[in-house]
Design a protein. Sequence first.
Length: 105
Amino acid sequence: MRMKLVMAMTTPHEPLHRLARDLRVHGPVLLAGMPAPHDELLTLVWGPRFDREHALGLVARQPPQAARTLPALLEAADRFDALHAPSQRRLRQMILRHRACSGAM
């Protein structure tokens, strides 16, 4: 019996896609009730490092969900910090594009 090894193909954007996927899961809870959720996201990722202080403030607004969202948020922060600058810029562009498509300003 011969076993076939299949290597999962990863793209250079895979870490970015994982961040976006996690955002779709946890973002609605984290940003619930915010008048400008896209601006909140941009605040988190505007600099070269994820703004953990601002993120903790967002989590503090939702105490019942904090146990579920905080670990995911801290993992997202570490993933963002590990991205190269072009991928960080691409993430910001994705948020801006989503804001424009949703009609938010």
